[in-house]
Design a binder for this molecule. Structure first.
Ligand SMILES: [Cu+2]
Length: 375
């Protein structure tokens, strides 16, 4: 998904320096405990603008009237961590591993659009990486990296097939391939989104953000289902393929942290809640349930990689996660149609309500995973 404009368009610098580290110290951000963030519709008050390298916790409270998000960005707009979909009056926690000292940026995004309300954030010193000090955490991230690689390996040829159909003017063929190609993107969305510049080009919507060209999957979706192929559809399709190829080239250099897996698992469920359960994302094709399934798959993939760590540290949490994933899986199976799913437009309000409840019920234990992993 992307409702957002690029934070800072530029090359994400993906050296060893950027992602992957934590101290073995507990969750508190230094001696002062979690950093609080008071978010409103026009302010983003962060209680500290500096923290030592390692695991940093932010407690975000939305005192505004709009749904908001909170981000921590590294140089170049790379997302270190984010929490989406914080409703008015609600609080959420972001626990993020920041290995290297340097200059970062915090942002609240009231209404979940635009660049948000930015603030400078300094990280001092450096910390040992959690994956260097804990074999289980290293295995978890390596396992998830393999999962991501496998999805990218399918994403590239499937997108190529879709793009080829668009270029050939084969509307029906392209329509059939659209949700299939997207599946591989939606499964790894938090990793893909961490490249701040690529995500809006590949998966942006026509929500009329000023200065943002409407390109990517959803632009082609609009052409295929609503407007008919346009004079520039071929160019848009070629650009999509270039962007997906660039994504595939960049993914191997991403240094994942165990906390990024945990946060990503929750982000995927937020994606479902904000984009799929609402029918917002695939507004022309109504193939939202395909994306829904893929987001849940991706969440499950990240949780599965972390499972040995979860079982070691909180023996009750794993079985609860299993139960809630199984309940959501069972519900989704009711909407299967051949290789895919019924269209979003076939759902009744009661269907949507039941799925919303199942997603919320799963999101609750998934949101505990970051705390367990960093404990
Ligand atoms: Cu998406």
């Amino acid at each position: 998904m992307s409702r957002r404009t690029p934070a800072a368009v530029g090359v994400a610098v993906l050296g060893l320096a950027l992602a992957g580290c934590t101290s073995t110290a507990p969750v508190d951000a230094g001696a002062g405990g979690p950093i609080t963030v008071a978010a409103t519709d026009d302010a983003c008050d962060v209680s500290a603008t500096e923290a030592p390298a390692g695991t940093i916790s932010f407690d975000i409270t939305n005192g505004g009237s709009k749904v908001t998000e909170f981000y921590l960005y590294a140089t170049g707009g790379r997302i270190m961590g984010e929490v989406e979909n914080i409703g008015p009056g609600l609080s959420r926690q972001l626990i993020v591993e920041v290995p290297e000292g340097g200059t970062y940026e915090t942002a609240c995004k009231p209404g979940m659009v635009g660049d948000g309300i930015r603030g400078a954030f300094t990280v001092t010193g450096s910390a040992q990486r959690s994956v260097d000090t804990d074999t289980r955490l290293a295995e978890a991230t390596a396992g998830y990296q393999r999962y991501v690689n496998s999805q990218v390996e399918a994403l590239v040829p499937k997108t190529q097939e879709f793009v080829d159909a668009v270029v050939a003017g084969d509307v029906e063929g392209a329509k059939a391939l659209y949700p299939v190609a997207r599946t591989y993107w939606e499964r790894i969305e938090p990793v893909a989104e961490s490249f701040g510049d690529l995500d809006p080009r590949i998966d942006g919507r026509d929500d009329g953000e000023p200065g943002v060209e409407f390109t990517g999957f959803h632009r082609l979706e609009r052409d295929l289902w609503q407007d008919g192929l346009q004079p520039d559809s071929t160019a848009i399709a070629d650009m999509l393929m270039d962007d997906i190829t660039e994504l595939a080239n960049r993914v191997p250099s991403v240094e994942l942290t165990p906390l990024a897996l945990a946060n990503g698992a929750k982000e995927l469920l937020d994606e479902v809640a904000t984009g799929k359960i609402t029918g917002e994302e695939d507004r022309y094709s109504h193939t939202d349930l395909w994306d829904f399934r893929a987001n849940v798959d991706g969440s499950q993939g990240a949780i599965a990689a972390l499972r040995p760590v979860i079982d070691e540290r909180d023996p009750d949490l794993g079985p609860l996660l299993d139960e809630r994933f199984a309940a959501l899986d069972a519900l989704l199976e009711n909407y299967r149609d051949g290789d895919g799913f019924v269209l979003y437009t076939a759902l009744t309000p009661d269907d949507v309500k039941a799925m919303t409840e199942a997603v919320d019920a799963l999101g609750e234990p998934v949101s505990q995973v970051a705390g367990v992993v960093s404990s």
